[in-house]
Design a protein around this ligand. Sequence first.
Ligand SMILES: *[C@@H]1O[C@H](CO)[C@@H](O)[C@H](O)[C@H]1NC(C)=O
Ligand SMILES: *[C@@H]1O[C@H](CO)[C@@H](O)[C@H](O)[C@H]1NC(C)=O
Ligand SMILES: *[C@@H]1O[C@H](CO)[C@@H](O)[C@H](O)[C@H]1NC(C)=O
Ligand SMILES: *[C@@H]1O[C@H](CO)[C@@H](O)[C@H](O)[C@H]1NC(C)=O
Ligand SMILES: *[C@@H]1O[C@H](CO)[C@@H](O)[C@H](O)[C@H]1NC(C)=O
Ligand SMILES: *[C@@H]1O[C@H](CO)[C@@H](O)[C@H](O)[C@H]1NC(C)=O
Ligand SMILES: [Cu+2]
Length: 633
Amino acid sequence: MVLLTSPKQTISELVLYLLCAAGYVRAARNAPGQPKQAVTVNAFEIVGNSIGSGQQVFLGTEDKVYIVDKTENNPTQINGHPAWAAEWSVSSEQTRPMDVITNTFCAGGSVLGNGTWLNVGGNQAVTYGGDAATSQLGGAPYDDPDGRQSMLNPCDGGNCDWFLAAPMTTRRWYPTLETLQDGSIIIVGGCMNGGYVNDASQNNPTYEFFPSRGQPVLSPILQNTLPINLYPLLWLLPSGKLFVQSGWKTVLLDMDQNMETPLQDMPDAVRVYPASAGSTMLPLTPDNNYTASIMFCGGSNISTAQWTQNWDIPHWPASSSCVQITPDQSPNYVELDALPNGRTMGNLILLPDGRVLCLNGAKIGTAGYGNTTFTIGQSYADQPQLTPLVYDPKAPATERWSLDGLSSSTIPRMYHSTATLLPDGSSVFVAGSNPNSDVNTTAPYPTEYRIEQFYPSYYNQRRPEPQGLPNQLSYGGSYFNVSLTLADLFGNVDNIQTANVIVMRTGFSTHTMNMGMRSVQLQSSFTGNSDGSAVLHVNQLPPNAAIMPPGPALLFVVVNGIPSVGIQVMCGSGNIEKQTMMPVQNLPTSGINSQQAAGQKQISGTSFLVHSARDWLVFMMKYVGVVSAILLF
Ligand SMILES: *[C@@H]1O[C@H](CO)[C@@H](O)[C@H](O)[C@H]1NC(C)=O
Ligand SMILES: *[C@@H]1O[C@H](CO)[C@@H](O)[C@H](O)[C@H]1NC(C)=O
Ligand SMILES: *[C@@H]1O[C@H](CO)[C@@H](O)[C@H](O)[C@H]1NC(C)=O
Ligand SMILES: *[C@@H]1O[C@H](CO)[C@@H](O)[C@H](O)[C@H]1NC(C)=O
Ligand SMILES: *[C@@H]1O[C@H](CO)[C@@H](O)[C@H](O)[C@H]1NC(C)=O
Ligand SMILES: *[C@@H]1O[C@H](CO)[C@@H](O)[C@H](O)[C@H]1NC(C)=O
Ligand SMILES: [Cu+2]
């Protein structure tokens, strides 16, 4: 309960409380509007400057994308040193420099259940060229003290900045993060000092939690997959187990028992960094009973021994293999339609319409950079993949990948490039590429600052403007109604039958991963009205926080495959705590009220009257509430 400060406040709060309890003051929000129009769809557009190269990016609010770079000699200065972080506005396309304080080079990130973002496990303090600085406490030239741990509360006022979090137990360069059922974060793996691949002298084969639950816990899979165990691929599964993929191995980790159960070895190719396949959990839906399948595409079939040998890795063809596993049901991988050609560092981005966009990457080589005779400049990859692809999991096998009508980018996006979905109309933000040890604008693959937006096929369509969307979702509990007009249904009430409501975490994008990205379709039924409008009856999140962990997410209403503009909602309580699970309500039976039946018309006429009488009452009660609140103050 709120802290009460005066009797007046007590009474006005009581009035408001009664109104809320009676359901008359609802936390529903304005309908989302339309995206900016008249773009060229299925194509990229350059939309700004990232200030720091976009090595790590994430969407923090409906309007703000956060960019995090490593410590390097970017031209824009902040607090007396180059800016290694920035905030980009979706609406204004302007960028604001930020101060990330420590060296975030190859860090990991995720969002806590209370909406604060965590960035951990970067590099030590460095000087020019990424070489170790003499002092780890800051100082010239970069003043980037070793700390490797920052937090950010995203904001829309242009006035937030990074601040330091409590340190981890141990150093972790290239760790992976995943948000858990209580809104805390698990931090897995990494190495002490960095490098192209890991080695026994600096391995950190453990995991720990934020907020801390004490000493790190040993992980056999991370011990057994050297040297390719950096940035292990992780997903919290609906069973509550953590799926962990590292090297050629896969396990299910029971985080309560500290026990790993092996699943099948990864077929065809290494998927983790630096082979860097694209990977994503596919949408969790009522149709698949919220069962998780995880898909991997591309990577490299370099053998374990070859990673540490001095040979021409940058010209080794990338893999085109795509596989999928449904780990809560089967320990085995199954082959999916292969990519049309090999790709390393191709991001897989979930779209709200259920498709998966693949973009960025290269045809040959791997992630990473160095100074060998084989590198292209310093890049370990060449032949950039400029063409995006779309995967439709619902299409028949052999026809799932499509290049149809998709235009290429003009900007190579290889090592240290990123991508994230935006709410604006479900375009995709693309940034980065910097296979260089420090800023180099003349290298064959330079330090890239240009931001692009990719506009999927639906971008120019009129968007549904659903009314009655919530600000917060609980796990189980009362359903809510979302109204759609005939125009929102593209002139045909029958389109309500396939409309659905999608909740998405866009995740933290770095190194071809979007840590925490997932998509959950809410259970819904519908009532079509005789005037052609309709109502979706939408259940809250399934009562299992391992399906959609607590924290901020985007909500989209998709009609006829066209997503509404996304709005940000808070999943769960907004606190880092065990979430309350409530029973799932039975939804009203779906149906469309026919326009033909004369009797029907009368019924809807009556219900209209009843409806307006109730609305009038609601209005009066609100009015009384507001007036009494004013009088009391
Ligand atoms: C979220 O929780 C973290 C860890 O306890 C805390 O440092 C941070 O300030 C919290 N954020 C908000 C917005 O309360
Ligand atoms: C590559 O060479 C540059 C310039 O000599 C040096 O600063 C940098 O540390 C080297 N980078 C790597 C990854 O070896
Ligand atoms: C759906 O999943 C739940 C929870 O895992 C399980 O209890 C139920 O039997 C499943 N239903 C079907 C139809 O598979
Ligand atoms: C790697 O993949 C290529 C095809 O891209 C294949 O020819 C080769 O045999 C594979 N090598 C290994 C070691 O699996
Ligand atoms: C940039 O890269 C090119 C090509 O590798 C190299 O010759 C040049 O010295 C680099 N410039 C800087 C400033 O490191
Ligand atoms: C949702 O709509 C149904 C009928 O269309 C109505 O019976 C129900 O009371 C509404 N529920 C809420 C929470 O508004
Ligand atoms: Cu990196």
